[in-house]
Design a protein around this ligand. Structure first.
Ligand code: LR7
Ligand code: MN
Length: 335
């Protein structure tokens, strides 16, 4: 980050006083993350790159890789985490590969996300801001962003992420090799309170689900271990967590994108996973690509649509298996 950009970052007094403590508590209440700690000047290079040595030594021919547009939808996010996400993407993505960052404001009502945000990003190259005209929910907000994208690949991120350098190249390389592969990074944990970055250094976990259609993590099965030739090969995963993935724009359109009837939060991650596997694609996690995600103490907004969204996914993609879902989740029959 240049000093010019840094000076635009919202700054807070460093004096530790009661007011600060109070504000801090208020901020935890409002955004469920501790914005004080996430505010100080940030640099992606602060994150220790503990990836496997083969990941770090790999050299990519950028001219052969597809380009990408990074799409970040947000609703009432704290300014600090949003800015950290944007800077992190700008700092860790090779300029020839990153066509743009498209921010989609899903009708936030926080004042600081209006002109203050606009002024801030106007100094950043390749960052665009689009605002929805009503609350769309994360599915339609992402899709609105996607309609503006000029890159070959759409890379979706949540608005509170930090990318580890080298995160983008493996995703794009794999999609360049196989257009029907949908790629997820390994998701590392960023502590909501201290903003410490915990990199997952063991074998990555893959996505699964239970019969309530709740997303779950599982160890890589033996069969999949044997299918792979090296520990840096992508790992096939039945499902994705939902927020962090890259997909060829062409293939995403071929898939019919998302179910646009899904509201606010939940269900779209399994829906898209089922869609990919049932429409000739693969869903994979690349062990060399790492992105951190802030898991807030509590959700910063109400999430009343999970059941309804999930029932939609079951109805469309599960045929007779949907009975398992309804049996485990009787209220779902009524939505
Ligand atoms: O109405 C909304 N409009 C939005 O634009 C609601 C949300 N959003 C934005 C929001 O600001 C954020 O950028 O959408 C993004 C995702 O919302 P989060 O961060 O509240 O979701 P989450 O991280 O709690 O939930 C996970 O599951 C969701 C199911 O709908 C989405 O797929 C999220 O993207 C997903 N997050 C991840 O996969 C990050 C890693 C989690 C793990 C493990
Ligand atoms: Mn999130």
């Amino acid at each position: 980050m240049t000093s010019g950009e840094a000076s635009l970052m919202p700054s807070f007094s460093l004096d530790c006083n009661d007011q600060q403590e109070e504000d801090e508590e208020e901020s935890i209440e409002k955004y469920a993350i501790n914005i004080y700690l996430s505010d100080p000047e940030y640099s992606a290079s602060d994150i220790q790159d503990n990836r496997m040595s083969e990941c770090k030594s790999k050299i990519f021919n950028y001219r052969k890789l597809p380009t990408t547009s990074v799409i970040i939808a947000f609703y009432n996010e704290a300014m600090s985490t949003l800015l950290r996400t944007i800077h992190s993407v700008l700092e860790t993505s090779p300029a020839v590969l990153l066509r743009e960052i498209i921010l989609v404001d899903d009708f936030s009502d926080k004042v600081f996300l209006k002109s203050q945000l606009e002024n801030y990003i106007s100094s950043l190259e390749r960052v665009r801001l689009i605002r929805t005209t009503k609350r769309e929910g994360l599915v339609r907000a992402r899709l609105i962003g996607a309609t503006y994208a000029i890159g070959d690949v759409l890379t979706f991120l949540d608005c509170h992420c930090e990318c580890v350098s080298g995160w983008l190249e493996p995703l794009l390389e794999r999609i360049g090799e196989n257009e029907t592969a949908v790629l997820c990074p390994v998701i590392d944990t960023i502590d909501w309170n201290t903003f410490e970055f915990y990199m997952q250094t063991g074998e990555p976990m893959i996505g699964g689900f239970d019969w309530r259609l709740t997303f779950q993590w599982h160890a890589v099965p033996e069969k999949e271990r044997q299918r792979r030739n090296s520990r840096i090969d992508p790992i096939r995963s039945p499902t994705m967590a939902g927020g962090l993935f890259a997909v060829s724009k062409k293939y995403f359109e071929y898939l019919g994108t998302y179910d646009m009837g899904m509201e606010v939060w939940g269900g779209e991650n399994l829906e898209l996973s089922f869609r990919v596997w049932q429409c000739g694609g693969t869903l994979e996690i690349h062990p060399c690509s790492h992105v951190g995600h802030v898991f807030p103490k509590k959700a910063p907004y109400a999430r009343p649509n999970f059941l309804q969204n999930t029932a939609r996914a079951a109805e469309v993609w599960m045929d007779g298996y949907k009975e398992h879902f309804y049996n485990r989740n009787p209220p779902a029959r009524k939505v």
